[in-house]
Ligand binder design. Sequence first.
Ligand code: UT7
Length: 333
Amino acid sequence: MRRALPFACKIAATGSYLPARIVPNRDLEAFLDTSDAWIRERTGIGARHVAADDEVTSDLAAQAARRALERAGIDVGGVDMIIVATVTPDGPMPACAVRVQHKLGATTIPAFDVSAACAGFLFGVTIADQFICSGAMQRVLVVGVELLSRIIDWSDRTTAVLFGDGAGAVVLERAPADSEQRIELCRIHSEGALADALSIPAGGSAEPVTERALHMRRNKVQMVGQEVFRAAVRGIADVGAEVVADAGLTMADIDRFVPHQANVRILSAVAERWGVPLDRFVLVLEETGNTSSASIPIALDRGLRDGRIASGERVLMCALGAGVSYGAVLARV
Ligand code: UT7
C-alpha cells in the first residue's frame, strides 16, 4: 500500500483529439507490400489518423488539453504545471510542453516533456501524482501526444502499418486524502538493456544526422518487432499484477483495463495471463493504430464518453514501450 500523504490526486477530466484524416489499411496497399487482412490479423489495426501537413505535435496536444480543461470547468489559469509525454516533439529543443503552454495561453507555470515512449503518459501521471499528493500543487495537466507519421519510414512495411497520430489529456486535481475517486497506485520501471529493440538511431549525440544516416533512414523508427512483442507481454502483465497485488486487490476487483494499444495479440496474451476476458479492455486500436504515449489517455477519454467506463469504476492502465519503459496506474475514476 502507498504511504500516507496529505492529499489524494484524482482525474478531474479527460479530453482527446484525433486528426481529421483517416488512412484505412487498404490505402497502404497502394504503396506497400501488405494487405488489410495481414494488418488486421497480426495487429488488430484497421485504420489510423494522420495529421495534416500544417499540424504539429503541440497543436494536437493543445486540442486535447482544451477539451480536458473545458470538461474540468477551468481555464488554464487553474493549472499549476503541464507535463507532455511524447517522443515526437515539435523539435528537439525546447520541450513540446512549452509550445503547448503558450498555445493554451499560460505564461509562467512549469512545462516540461517526459520521454518514456508508449509508457510516457503513465510516467507523467506518476510525477504529477507526487506533486499533488504532497500538497505542492493543486492541478496538473498531463498530455500524451504523438505525431508518429513524421518519424516512421513509410517504405518499411514492418513499422509503417502500425502507428498513428493523436493526443489525449487529463486534468489531475487535488482531492481529500480519503477521497474514493483517486489515483490509488502508480508503478514505473525501465530496462535499458533492451534500448536497441525499438529506437531512432540517428539524430542524437551517438549518431548525428548525416547524409548517409538519412539515406539509410536511421532517423526513422526501427524496431525488432518480436523482441518488443515479448517484452510487452511480460512487462505489461507483470507490472499490472504488481500494482493490483500491492493495492491489496485481485484482478477480479478491476472493472476496466485501459492498456497501451500496440497490438491486440499482445493484449490477448496479457488478458490470458491475468485470467480476465478481453472484453473488459477498453480498445481503440482498430480505429487509431498505435499512438504510443497518446493511446491510454485517448482510450480513457473515449471509454468515459461512450459509457464503456462508468464513473466510480476502478481502472487499471498499463503500458510498455521503447526503453524499454513500462508502468501501471490504478485509479478510481
Ligand atoms: O508500442 C510499443 C511498441 N510496439 C509494439 O509493441 C509492437 C510489438 N510487435 C508486434 O506487434 C509484432 O511483432 C509486429 C506486428 C510488428 C509483427 O508481427 P509478427 O507476427 O511478429 O510478424 P513477423 O515480424 O514475425 O513477420 C511475419 C511475416 C514476415 O514474413 P516471412 O519472413 O514470414 O516471409 C514478415 O516479413 O510477416 C511479414 N510482414 C508483413 N507482411 C505483410 C511483416 N510486416 C508485414 C506487413 N504486411 N505489414
